[in-house]
Design a protein around this ligand. Structure first.
Ligand SMILES: [Zn+2]
Length: 55
C-alpha cells in the first residue's frame, strides 16, 4: 500500500494526496505541507474564497 508519487512542488514523497487548484498552475499532486502553503498564499484567511474581482 502507499504511493510513490512525489510532490510537484517540493518533490517529497506524498503520503496524503492533495489536489492543486487549476489557478495555481501546478501539475500533479502535492503534499499537505505545500497545499496549505499554497492555500494561504492564494487565499489569505482561514477559508478558501472565490475570486469575485473578475466580475
Ligand atoms: Zn510538497
Amino acid at each position: 500500500m502507499g504511493t510513490k508519487d512525489k510532490c510537484a512542488i517540493c518533490s517529497e514523497k506524498i503520503e496524503l494526496h492533495y489536489k492543486s487548484m487549476d489557478e495555481w498552475g501546478i501539475e500533479g499532486p502535492i503534499c499537505g505541507k505545500c497545499y496549505s502553503k499554497k492555500l494561504s498564499e492564494h487565499y489569505p484567511g482561514e477559508h478558501v474564497r472565490v475570486n469575485k474581482h473578475l466580475d
